[in-house]
Design a protein around this ligand. Structure first.
Ligand SMILES: Cc1cc2nc3c(=O)[nH]c(=O)nc-3n(C[C@H](O)[C@H](O)[C@H](O)COP(=O)(O)OP(=O)(O)OC[C@H]3O[C@@H](n4cnc5c(N)ncnc54)[C@H](O)[C@@H]3O)c2cc1C
Length: 441
């Protein structure tokens, strides 16, 4: 049998269902360049993604395979020429991907070619109806299904039989970005990084995950996004070591099912009572947030890390998102788009759902009255100020106590802006606005 395997987000040999049946069948891996994603994705994600495609291409050629690279405009012609028995690909839940798949299905139907879709990048298949409460999803859906689901791992194929096909291929993009300095694009290096994390840090994940040093969390999100490591591998290695870690993987699945059932949440607040909330649209304030010039050190450190490395820890994501939506009152969609453009792990479901969670308008969201105080968050999660000093050189000489106290920070003559808002005052104003809008006492 001749199988075409469309490579999308699963850029690895190990534990990849795209290669199943490789011992008996011809497998023709193909990467189809999608214009929409080219426009939509930021450079950090694209540079890691395409570096990983290049690695996969050479890994495949080392085992006798070949990755064909074509443009989406060429796909019908490609399938018509190759005439496979089956075309397979892994399901993707994003609204654009679903439209693209429907179009592909129609094309293959016209050509009378069978299709096979694989559920690959989540641990538990999507529920028929959406869940809005994480605890209920976790206890009554995710956990029981995971107990039944197979999490066995498929080894990487040692050989692959790909026939030689004369077809005009395209040159793949090779975008450069700073993020490539911080992230691996080769699956074997990624697996080593993960194994090292498991050996050295996973057992203390629950205690450390909110702190801000490398090693306090696994830093696997970009690799999950590009399929450089299998989600089942992470689950299997973590399940007996850290229940908290596997619960984070459940949050990921929870967000996927939300976007699947509510594709409109990329634009609209999930909670209807929040739709039409009068978010501020102050461009200048937004620019100061984006560039790390708000005068609140923990916020600025996070935003500068995002610009320089394409990543920031979850705790800091929550602090900067809460600050943007609550103390600055800006539209969560602006923050979401900025993150999406710069994150190396940019993932529509995770980004939108987390932004709505932070803004208080999403599923199981942080209640509107839970407003982080960034100065107190600094005291708790960056007690020595080392995270702030790493990303804000202007503050390197300032004593730690001043990094979490606006009055004391003002005493130092440094080239750093004063706070853009008084956070307590801004919190009060925000709460008044929300209560008025939602009609709460
Ligand atoms: C405003 C905001 C935007 C975000 N945008 C994205 C995004 O675009 N892409 C993305 O992958 N994650 C996003 N997250 C979730 C989370 O911050 C990252 O997954 C995490 O920081 C990645 O670091 P890690 O791999 O070290 O996580 P770890 O703490 O080591 O967790 C392990 C894995 O669990 C999953 N996970 C952890 N926390 C979450 C969470 N809150 N929601 C969903 N899955 C989670 C991730 O797959 C992560 O790699 C966002 C969070 C916030 C608050």
């Amino acid at each position: 049998m001749r199988i075409v395997a469309i490579v999308r987000r699963e850029l690895r040999l190990h534990d990849n269902p795209l290669w199943s049946g490789h011992a008996e069948h011809e497998i023709i891996p193909v990467f189809i360049l999608d214009e929409f994603n080219q426009q939509e994705h930021g450079n950090n994600l694209k540079s890691l993604f395409f570096a990983a495609v290049h690695h996969l291409r050479s890994a495949l050629s080392q085992i006798g395979g070949r990755l064909y690279c074509i443009h989406e405009r060429q796909q019908e012609q490609f399938f018509a020429q190759v005439r496979p028995d089956v075309v397979r690909w892994c399901l993707d839940w994003e609204p654009h991907s679903r439209q693209r798949d429907a179009c592909l299905q129609r094309c293959l139907q016209r050509l009378q070619i069978r299709t096979e879709t694989l559920a690959e990048s989540f641990l538990v298949e999507l529920p028929d109806k959406p869940y809005y409460l994480f605890t209920r999803y976790f206890q009554s859906y995710w956990n029981p299904r995971l107990a039944q689901a197979s999490t066995s791992l498929q080894p990487a194929p040692k050989t692959l039989r790909t026939p030689s096909i004369a077809f005009p291929e395209i040159e793949l993009p090779r975008p450069e970005s700073l993020a490539l300095r911080f992230w691996h694009s080769d699956e074997s290096q990624v697996r080593q990084t993960w194994q090292k994390y498991v050996r050295q840090h996973l057992a203390s994940y629950e205690q450390r995950r909110n702190f801000l040093h490398p090693g306090d969390s696994s830093q696997m999100s970009a690799y999950i996004r590009c399929g450089l490591i299998s989600i089942r591998q992470l689950y299997r290695d973590a399940r007996d070591v850290s229940a908290t870690y596997t619960q984070e993987l459940a949050w990921r699945d929870f967000h996927i099912q939300l976007l699947y059932h509510h594709p409109e949440i990329t634009e609209l607040e999930l909670r209807q009572d929040w739709q039409r909330f009068p978010w501020s649209r102050d461009e200048q304030v937004f620019q100061r947030w984006c560039t790390g010039q708000t005068g609140i050190p923990i916020v600025d450190a996070g935003m500068r890390q995002l610009l320089s490395e394409g990543w920031l820890p979850n705790r800091v994501r929550m602090i900067v998102a809460s600050f943007l939506t609550k103390q600055l009152g800006l539209d969560w969609r602006w923050g979401e788009r900025h993150f999406y453009t710069h994150l190396v792990d940019a993932d529509l479901a995770q980004n939108v759902a987390n932004w709505q969670w932070c803004a208080g308008c999403g599923a199981d969201a942080a209640p509107y009255f839970r407003v982080f105080n960034p100065w107190l968050q600094t005291k708790k999660f960056d007690p020595e100020g080392s995270y702030i000093r790493r990303y804000i050189p202007e503050l390197r000489q300032v004593p730690t106590a001043a990094l979490c106290d606006p009055q004391r920070l003002r005493e130092y003559q440094v080239d750093y802006p004063p706070p853009i808002v008084d956070v307590d005052q801004a919190r009060k104003e925000y709460l008044t606005r929300v209560k008025r809008f939602l009609g709460r006492p």
